[in-house]
Structures are given as structure tokens and as C-alpha cells.
Design a protein around this ligand. Structure first.
Ligand code: RNT
Ligand code: ZN
Length: 384
């Protein structure tokens, strides 16, 4: 579960920098977390309403530096010690992201692929610092931290040179990842993107770029559901990329007309994703991360809706009579396959889900919202 739904990707650097990087959070629903303690409390509330075990995914801008300005390339595990202590105390693992946006040195839209060596070096050092923080999390918590690199680099308009930024990005990444860290402590992931706000014509870290990078450097590949052409779906990519890479990170998100990062719901594509993970036996090799941010609704509810939707999709897939569907497919009985798909949609899935929630000691589908409303009245409503 991503930390950034709780505070609209603001973080705690209090530099006043715009989010940038082509990311946009819309809405002004009251109650956003303003401090690390508020973010932790809100997340724990959300956790209490979601069945199963989960992890928390931080970004470098959530460092706790006690009011001191610490440059991003000088961040140390000690700046995240409170996060690690908290994670241990509630028994969860942590994942991490360097933050290559919301910063004056990223304002011109380039970081690791910047033509200026000095700017590149700053961001390489930031990535290196973050990997060490990830490894410290992994060691402290006894579960590897997945450290995911996403950069915004790209051009708004027609480039004159598509090659050089990509040459520079490979070299920067190789430097960033040079230090060997135990995979039991830290795993590295790279995230591609088709376009962003302000990088509509060209993104250096495209899908082809990172697919090749992940295969050749043996890193985790991150596929974000909002980072492709609108009619392209990540569910159809999994069985292809898993042939060539060892581990996959999914950024589960919901784009509406563009990479809008709406709260994940039990959409057709979410269900299809769940089925692909279960049918292919990929669960042990896949990390499922949430990546959405909506500031127009209650943020704790947003976490709960998104996380529960992913779990519902997995449960639906686990309940599917896959053998029967496959058998029909092999016998070329596509009529029976389509009819059974349709029949499955009206089967009593909701009662199985509610029973699972009960067994896990969390509220059933019709009950969790009451808890969020109560929390809003007593806690979120006091934040003015
Ligand atoms: C941006 C990427 C990236 C971010 C987070 C905040 O397009 O999806 O994963 O959303 O790191
Ligand atoms: Zn993402």
C-alpha cells in the first residue's frame, strides 16, 4: 500500500515545491495527513479495515529530518528510522521509492537523463542513497524492501534527438545500481511510462527501454496500469514479460481517459489482472503495489476501496473454475467458454468475500464505511 494517497504526494520536505514530474492530484477533500504521525495513524485505520497482510510503500520525500534541510543525495537510513521502528511495531514490511520530482533540480523535466553531468550526478546519488535506505529497511524488518525507480524525464514536443537521453539514462542507471546489495535486503525495480503531463511527445524511460534494461540487468520490472496507450492493458502483458524477467512489480491504478490515477475499483481490467496472476501461477514472483491518488474523497476510504478491490479480484480468480474454462478452450468450445464467463459474474461471490473478511476480523463490505465515517468525525474532521 502506497503512502502517498494519504497526503496527496506532498511529503514532509516542506520546500513548497510543486509536485511536478507531470503528476497532478485534484480535489480538496478535508482531512489530509499533514505530519508523519497523522499519516501513520490514518494508514493504521485503513489497515484495520482491509483483510490480509500488507506492506507500506514510502517515497524519499517522507523523510523525517526534524526540521533540518537534508539534500536528497544526502538522505540516510536514520532519516527514516521512525518509519522503520513503526513498521516493526505493527509487523509490516516497507518498500521505497526515490523521489525524482517535487524538486528544483527536476524543474526542467530531466533528472537521470539530464544533459548536465552535475544534475545527473545529483540524481544518481539520490538513487544510491535510496537503495541504501531500502537495504536498511530490509535488514531491520527481515523482509526485502522493493525500491522502485521512476523518473519523469521527457519532452513536451517533438524531440530532435531521441537517442542521447536514452544513452545517458542507461549509464546513469548503471551507476545508480552499481553497489551490490543483498537481495534479501533490497530489490531494485524500474518503472516505464508512455507519456506524462509536459512529456507528451517523448518519455526517455519507455516500456521498450525498461523491458530491455530489466532483462539485461536482472532487475524487477514495474508495470503501472496507467502508463500505456488507453486501449492497452497490463493484464495482457504479464504472461509475456514473465517469460523474460524474474520478478514483476505492478502499480495498480485506474486511468480514466488518461493516466489519471483514479482509485482502483473492481473493474473488468482489475478482475482480468487478478485472473492472470492466479491462472499463471505468478503470485510468488509478483509484487502488487497500489498507485493512485484522489484528493476529492475521504483518503482513508480511498485506500480501503482500492486495496479491497485488489483482494476481491484475487479472490474471484481463486474461485474461478479455471480447469473447466481451459478444457472448453482446448476443445474449441468458445460458446461454452463465453457462457461460463457470463455465468460466473452472477455467482454469489459477495458472501464468500464477506466470510473471508469476518475470518480476518475486519468489517464486511456493507460495514467498513461506518468505521471511516466515525474516524472522519473524531479525527480527520479536527484537521483544519
Ligand atoms: C508516476 C508513477 C510513479 C508515481 C509514484 C508517486 O507516473 O506512476 O509510480 O505515481 O511514484
Ligand atoms: Zn506508478
Amino acid at each position: 500500500m502506497h503512502c502517498w494517497q494519504g497526503d496527496d504526494i506532498r511529503g514532509f520536505e516542506s520546500s513548497g515545491d510543486e509536485i511536478g514530474g507531470g503528476l497532478a492530484v485534484t480535489g480538496n477533500y478535508p482531512g489530509q495527513a499533514r505530519t508523519p504521525d497523522e499519516l501513520r495513524t490514518d494508514f493504521e485505520k485503513a489497515l484495520s479495515l482491509i483483510p490480509g497482510r500488507h506492506r507500506f510503500n514510502l517515497h524519499a520525500i517522507y523523510a523525517e529530518t526534524e526540521g533540518r534541510k537534508v539534500e536528497r543525495n544526502e538522505l540516510l537510513p536514520e532519516h527514516f528510522a521512525t518509519w522503520a521502528d513503526w513498521a516493526r511495531s505493527i509487523g509490516i514490511g516497507l518498500d521505497f521509492n526515490p523521489t525524482f520530482f517535487s524538486h528544483s533540480r527536476a524543474e526542467d523535466g530531466f533528472t537521470l537523463a539530464h544533459p548536465d553531468r552535475g544534475v545527473r550526478n545529483f540524481w544518481i546519488e539520490h538513487g544510491q542513497a535510496c537503495r541504501r535506505i531500502g537495504a536498511a529497511f530490509g535488514e531491520a524488518l527481515g523482509t526485502p524492501c522493493l525500491t522502485n525507480v521512476w523518473i519523469p524525464d521527457g519532452y513536451k514536443d517533438i524531440p530532435a534527438d531521441r537517442r542521447s537521453p536514452r544513452d545517458r539514462l542507461v549509464a546513469s542507471l548503471d551507476e545508480l545500481f552499481r553497489e551490490r546489495l543483498a537481495p534479501s535486503a533490497n530489490l531494485d525495480a524500474v518503472e516505464c511510462k508512455l507519456f506524462g503531463l509536459g512529456s507528451e511527445s517523448y518519455v526517455v524511460g519507455s516500456h521498450e527501454f525498461y523491458l530491455g534494461y530489466a532483462i539485461s540487468r536482472d532487475t524487477v520490472l514495474c508495470l503501472d496500469a496507467g502508463h500505456f496507450h488507453p486501449t492497452e492493458v497490463v493484464s495482457d502483458k504479464i504472461s509475456s514479460v514473465m517469460l523474460w524477467i524474474d520478478r514483476l512489480l505492478l502499480h495498480v491504478s485506474r486511468g480514466i481517459r488518461w493516466d489519471s490515477d483514479h482509485v482502483v475499483v473492481l473493474s473488468d481490467e482489475m478482475r482480468e489482472l487478478g485472473k492472470e496472476l492466479v491462472r499463471g501461477g505468478y503470485l510468488p514472483r509478483v509484487h502488487i503495489g497500489l498507485d493512485f491518488f484522489d484528493a476529492s474523497i475521504n483518503r482513508v476510504a480511498a485506500w480501503v476501496i482500492g486495496a479491497r478491490a485488489v483482494l476481491k479480484a484475487l479472490l474471484l480468480a481463486l474461485l474461478e473454475p479455471t480447469g473447466k474454462l481451459r478444457q472448453m478452450e482446448l476443445q474449441q468450445d468458445y460458446t461454452g467458454r463465453l457462457a461460463l464467463h457470463e455465468q460466473l459474474l452472477t455467482m454469489p461471490f459477495g458472501t464468500v468475500w464477506d466470510r473471508y473478511c469476518e475470518m480476518q476480523g475486519v468489517p464486511t463490505e456493507s460495514c467498513w464505511l461506518q468505521e471511516v465515517r466515525r474516524y472522519e468525525a473524531t479525527e480527520l474532521g479536527r484537521r483544519k
